[in-house]
Design a protein around this ligand. Sequence first.
Ligand SMILES: C[S@@+](CC[C@H](N)C(=O)[O-])C[C@H]1O[C@@H](n2cnc3c(N)ncnc32)[C@H](O)[C@@H]1O
Length: 215
Amino acid sequence: MLQDSAVDKLLGLDPETVIDYERKNQCDPEFALNPRIRDSWVGLASNVLNTSYQDLFDLLTALNLPAGTRVVDLGSGFGRLGLVIGLGFAGLEFTGVECWQHRLQAAQEIAKKMQMSNVHFEHGDLLSGDYQIPEADIYFSYLTSSDPQSLKSILEKLIQTHNRNYFRLVTKKVAPDLMNRLAPSLSLLKTHGNTLGPFFIYEHNPISSITENQA
Ligand SMILES: C[S@@+](CC[C@H](N)C(=O)[O-])C[C@H]1O[C@@H](n2cnc3c(N)ncnc32)[C@H](O)[C@@H]1O
């Protein structure tokens, strides 16, 4: 069993430094006036904000992705998905997108220090018209937004940008009936259990989307 605190220690990540910074500064303009503050989950404990390392390891093991698979985390938080990939899934290509620089920086520093050449973290606001979501074979979204309208906008942007490509999307903590309303063109393939509720695995299949549109 991978204990989050043990893995953080092994990696040299001190989540309390990041959380403390958020708690102390959340009334400052940097946070209070930031249009993404509602989606930030600022000040939450690390193990609530982030998926556990064990759950991510189990998910990746169950997915059994072939070498070369591109994985993108839509809102990478403290970077745990990328860090698990860097430690144990050398064949995968990971990009984590995060709009809060202080979270991103913690993950970037570890990936660099541990020489994880297949792991990349970038700054981006998924809701900004200027930001293009990277192309991937599989996306991951754990409560990228608390607001269904924002989540819908991100999913629409993802589907519009990569409409011609087959991709999968793994979600967590978004009920499938809500997902069905937010992104009806995605099909639920299966669920994968974890300690805090299941992951839902969807597919975007451009061929069935075209057929549905023509029907
Ligand atoms: C609940 S956390 C999940 C973190 C990580 N994916 C995990 O499962 O461990 C969601 C993350 O999405 C980020 N986020 C929310 N809205 C975003 C946006 N518009 N652009 C980029 N990142 C965003 C938040 O800042 C937060 O760090």
